[in-house]
Design a protein around this ligand. Sequence first.
Ligand SMILES: Cc1cc2nc3c(=O)[nH]c(=O)nc-3n(C[C@H](O)[C@H](O)[C@H](O)COP(=O)(O)OP(=O)(O)OC[C@H]3O[C@@H](n4cnc5c(N)ncnc54)[C@H](O)[C@@H]3O)c2cc1C
Length: 304
Amino acid sequence: MLSRALVLRVAEFPAFKRWIKHSSLTQGLIQRFIAGEDVDTAIAIAHQLNQEGFLVALDYLGEDTHRLEDAEQAACQYITLLERIAQSQVNSCISIKLTQLGLDLGYEIARKNLEKVLAAAQSLNNFVWIDMESSKHTQPILDLFCELYPRYPNSGTVLQSYLYRTPQDLERLIHLGARVRLVKGAYAEPKEVAYPDKKSVDHQFKVQMELLLEQGKEPAIATHDLRLINHAKQYAAELGLEKSQYEFQLLYGISRELQKQLLAEGYRTLIYVPYGEQWYPYFSRRLAERPANLYFILRSLFRK
Ligand SMILES: Cc1cc2nc3c(=O)[nH]c(=O)nc-3n(C[C@H](O)[C@H](O)[C@H](O)COP(=O)(O)OP(=O)(O)OC[C@H]3O[C@@H](n4cnc5c(N)ncnc54)[C@H](O)[C@@H]3O)c2cc1C
């Protein structure tokens, strides 16, 4: 059985990367997970999803930016995206990564860029989700988010149930009154900081989800795990929550039947739609979550 860490390590090999990017065998899977490389395609897909009844979060892909001009450029791209959303009247918020906005170059750089994006979103009456990244970034991401939240309450952030620290972070964000998207976590983390086994991660998710439903502001339950989704529905109903008081969030291209089913049952359902040329790291995390995706393309390679 391939572990997440191993798949992510293999995904870093230059030859593997080249093959994934250019082979005709992988294009179908890439298109399944990535909405396209340009903003027009992403807006068209968001529009289509809106027509079906879904809410959308657009993610202009990119992370680990190491040049100041690239970080500033990413902030500009997000502001343009917010303007395009407003002009096209698509019902979509945005989801961003702080390493894309220069977090590795310095806290102040990321803050300056983030603030520009948050201010643009506020003036356009839109909402910004700040994605969570690898554990070395958790503290600065949360610090930056908590610092800016009082001025920009049109924002929310993400907590990963696999991290040991998450219960304290969840208390902090509930106390702040901010929206939280709860996920299991998609990075390869050492066992010193994160639960290494799925059973514990799922258990943590359940416990944290219950607390979020009890005390959180419009909780976002971001998983494709049917058991956890069913538990969320049942627990929310026991708490007397309306379906409009919390939200399920799922990734573009994953568990599409489940997405439609949630919508048909009247649940608020948001689809996270990634697009852009820098799709490779996002795509490799999707491969690592479900090694069957990797087996699928490797099998087609050997069948050729
Ligand atoms: C809206 C949204 C936003 C997210 N934002 C972040 C973030 O900011 N930071 C972060 O670390 N992680 C983020 N994630 C990813 C998350 O951490 C998990 O890695 C991912 O959701 C897979 O876990 P799961 O909860 O679906 O449960 P799992 O137990 O992994 O999967 C449950 C079922 O979902 C299906 N499934 C899951 N993944 C795949 C896949 N890749 N391909 C095909 N089927 C699949 C399978 O049927 C699987 O049995 C986000 C996820 C969502 C849905």
